[in-house]
Design a protein around this ligand. Structure first.
Ligand code: ZN
Length: 309
């Protein structure tokens, strides 16, 4: 089984307008899709990414303002990290401070500087200034020069109770391998490695079980090239005893879901058909897109959603 790395990460936020402002204006990502939760069309599902909405750059949000706040802990994703060029953290620390976002001095992890902060809902975020090659191009932004911008995901950190259990899924069932270990953080990678492939498993300090809610990650999605490769993964995971969902049509990709043994919800998503399936590249994110089965209810759905502009 070969999965090329992270596809998207989906988190939960409250205020849609504030969410758009933070991720597009402050962090410089592009809003690449404005749609609704396919299981709950009363809520937005917003996607941010690079200019082309490439897999590996996509952070998405369910906007559920009536949920209680989540609680960090074991069985949850504890940080989302983007790759930025080496030397970019001074710019970001200053920019975040100017926007009222608290960020401590960068810490060092696996020899690289990491700037940690949270989004307006308390979701833990990181920028990793990496010396590794990363050819991905940040989305253009009037205030963020390209040599400072967010290039796509660097890594995701999962807080787990028993590292071996998640490690077994990653290495035996998904094709990952252990890359490095420092104290209670173990880094796994896959394929050619590099930014966008890393999964860190963190086991210290031991935490009680986390609770999903506002400001937490809902699930982590891994890439698979196409439907045929996804089918192979699906068959293999079921043979391994996982309770895997059927293939779900998410319009922009097709997905299967399963929970790893420490409780983190994993998804495996196809690279295609991609985000230009219902609007041209130049207009990504500009208009509310609905899956065909909700189109007849467009007027009612639009009337219920908060305005973003
Ligand atoms: Zn997903």
């Amino acid at each position: 089984m070969h999965l090329p790395g992270l596809h998207h990460i989906t988190a939960i936020a409250s205020d849609a307008k504030r969410n758009v402002d933070f991720y597009t204006r402050v962090l410089g990502l592009r809003l690449v899709k404005k749609t609704v939760n396919f299981d709950d069309p009363s809520a937005y599902h917003l996607y941010y990414g690079d200019q082309a909405a490439s897999p590996g750059t996509l952070l998405t949000f369910f906007l559920w303002d009536d949920l209680p706040r989540g609680r960090a802990g074991s069985g949850l994703t504890s940080a989302i990290a983007w790759s930025v060029p080496a030397g970019a953290l001074g710019f970001w620390r200053e920019r975040l401070r100017a926007q009222g976002v608290a960020a401590d001095a960068p810490l060092t992890r696996h020899g690289e500087k990491v700037l940690a902060f949270t989004d307006p809902d308390g979701l833990p975020l990181e920028l990793v200034a990496t010396n590794e090659s990363d050819p991905r191009i940040p989305a253009p932004h009037p205030e963020v020069p390209p040599e400072k911008g967010l290039r796509g995901f660097h890594s995701v950190t999962l807080t787990v109770g028993v590292e071996e259990r998640t490690a077994a899924v990653l290495t035996q069932d998904m094709g990952y391998r252990l890359l490095a270990r420092k104290e209670k953080r173990a880094r796994y990678t896959i394929g050619d490695g590099g930014p966008g492939t890393y999964v860190d498993l963190l086991t210290a300090p031991p935490l009680p079980r986390g609770r999903s809610g506002l400001g937490t990650v809902h699930h982590v999605a891994f890439r698979t090239p196409d439907d045929a490769s996804q089918q192979q993964v699906h068959t293999a995971l079921i043979a391994r005893g996982f309770n895997v969902s059927p293939v779900m049509d998410r319009c922009y990709f097709r997905s299967i879901y399963y929970r790893e043994p420490n409780g983190v919800l994993f998804e495996i998503a196809t690279d295609g058909p991609g985000f230009t399936v219902d609007e041209p590249l130049a207009e990504l994110g500009r208009h509310l897109q609905l899956p065909p089965w909700y189109e007849p209810n467009r007027a009612a759905i639009e009337a219920h959603l908060p305005r973003l502009d």
